[in-house]
Design a binder for this molecule. Sequence first.
Ligand code: NAP
Length: 276
Amino acid sequence: MHTAAFAAAGLLGTYQARDIAPDQLEGALEGIRQADVLGCNLSLPHKETVLGMLDHVSKQAGQIGAVNTVIQKDGRLYGENTDAPGLMASLLESGYTPAQQSGGVALVLGAGGAARAAVYALERAGCEVWIWNRNLERAQHLLAELCPSGRVWEQQEHIPFAEVGLLLNASSAGLNNPLESPLHIPFPDLASDALVYDMVYKPLETALLKSARAAGFHSTHGLGMLAHQAQLAFTAWTGKEVSSHVFLQAALDVLDPALETSQNSEAGSSEAGEPG
Ligand code: NAP
């Protein structure tokens, strides 16, 4: 995605993946305090541990408790979280408008770094946030810290799904496993205009999205969020604005060459069925 963005912006630059063990993170960060390095992204398991290793962390990233983007400037390292605004941009593109949904509840599945960004963004967008996680204590801790007015559900069977206008998978269930779903119950009756959003984008068609579509709900995979968080990081590094479609198309070229952005761009890679 970033290679395509460098080309679109007319800049010479490369983006490379590095496999860094947890005990190598601090040393690796020292290595990017160089004039010719713009910064880096971080993924599992570094997003939370990196907080204490940076010179400055944005208010947003500090409150979320996770950094996915590091910006290098004059030898100093700045931490930012572009997952939260990236998710909101993708949700809006998918037609999710919290104030207008018939179900005002956003139900988040998962309680890791991605769920933290989601809860932070959804609470600020005015949603009532509910959360379910395999590890109940982790979910309770997350809500207490980020959204004390939210609600934790211990058992999926007890959730009043008719109030749910957004069902968001922020867990790793389904990642690299098209048969695994974070739901352990038959697909529920959500609010009639509900959106089902899966942050997972590998595979694009997860078990959750498949069953949501079969039940007649709008559904969207996580590639739109990936594109938007990358676009925001790119601008933070370079000061240049590149359309999110450049990022989306570059990712699709790798993940599913058969899909065209024209099919997905307006809806943020969404697959829509008739509302159930
Ligand atoms: P994380 O910090 O490791 O958290 C993983 C979460 O998934 C935990 O809540 C964990 O539950 C839960 N989980 C793992 N396996 C599960 C299973 N089989 N059934 C139910 N729950 C399960 O990971 P993360 O950084 O939050 O990432 C979560 C997902 O979001 C990943 O798939 C990642 O690729 C995706 N993501 C996508 C984007 C995007 O741009 N689209 C951005 C960020 C992340 P326990 O607490 O019980 O272990």
